[in-house]
Design a protein around this ligand. Structure first.
Ligand SMILES: [Zn+2]
Length: 153
């Protein structure tokens, strides 16, 4: 078997963003507006994803992002910018949104994220691709609402 080289960071981030938005039904999780087929919805990180290698695990942590809008309407400048500008409100919102147990686990990972290795990066990439395929099949079957995913890879 040929050993494949790990994908580029931007490639994994692009798949991550698609997975988060599909999981959240292309709906802003704060104001509830639907953006399927439209621009203006991001996979918004809860804990900033940072730029260093060790923090990449947080960038692709499925509990560390939700779909939030980037256009005026929900809140001034969109819910993504509003939450980023109001970190205390954001933290409380996240706790309510994912529940106490997952919030506490995310808090622990935010201090000591798993070390990113080429193998972990490849596993995350493969997991994101298969999860997107699974969720797109559920949508074709008419499943609506926010989908359940394993918290991590
Ligand atoms: Zn919104």
């Amino acid at each position: 078997m040929t050993k494949r080289s790990p994908p580029k960071r931007a490639t994994v981030s692009s798949w991550f963003s698609r997975v988060i938005r599909e999981r959240d039904e292309y709906r802003c999780q704060v104001c509830g507006r639907s953006f399927r087929g439209l621009k203006g919805l991001s996979a918004s990180h809860h804990v900033p994803q940072g730029g260093r290698g060790a923090l990449l695990a947080l960038a692709w942590d499925l509990d560390n992002a939700t779909a939030k809008c980037d256009v005026p309407g929900g809140y001034p400048r969109g819910c993504h910018a509003w939450m980023d500008a109001h970190p205390l409100h954001h933290a409380e919102w996240i706790r309510d949104h994912i529940g106490e147990e997952r919030y506490q686990a995310l808090k622990v990972r935010s201090v000591a994220p798993p070390k990113m290795t080429p193998e972990l990066k490849m596993n995350i990439y493969e997991h994101l691709k298969s999860e997107l395929k699974r969720m797109e099949a559920l949508r074709r079957d008419g499943v609506t609402g926010t989908l359940t995913m394993e918290a991590n890879w």
